[in-house]
Design a protein around this ligand. Sequence first.
Ligand code: THU
Length: 125
Amino acid sequence: MDKELLIKKAKQVSEKAYAPYSGFKVGAALLTKSGKVFTGCNVENSSYGLSNCAERTAVFKAISEGKMDFSELVIYVDSDILFTPCGACRQVLSEFSSDLKITIISNKDRLETTITELLPYKFHL
Ligand code: THU
């Protein structure tokens, strides 16, 4: 799939983010090896610790639809600052793919990386 289309989907879903506490709207577009795309946004809660990141929303949507063969992830944050996924999301993403390509986009920057680069010594049973 065209990377630009994945970026467009990540941007579109970031508009759905429920982020009244941080104001940090994040969108994720997760591509499976069979070409299906699952999107996700962050969903916050007044009990802050219950908030869910965009990446995990996308993964959980995919798993619940029976897909786990991920090849690529695009993450977009509506900010000038480029961030990288939190530790919880890295661990969850690493559960399903050792070769996942990750592109992180802000309004000013872009970073191309992989899940192995982000979490080299993952916990795995
Ligand atoms: N957030 C994500 O959606 N993905 C990340 O990788 C890091 C943080 C969200 C969680 C929370 O809603 C907001 O960004 C600020 O932490």
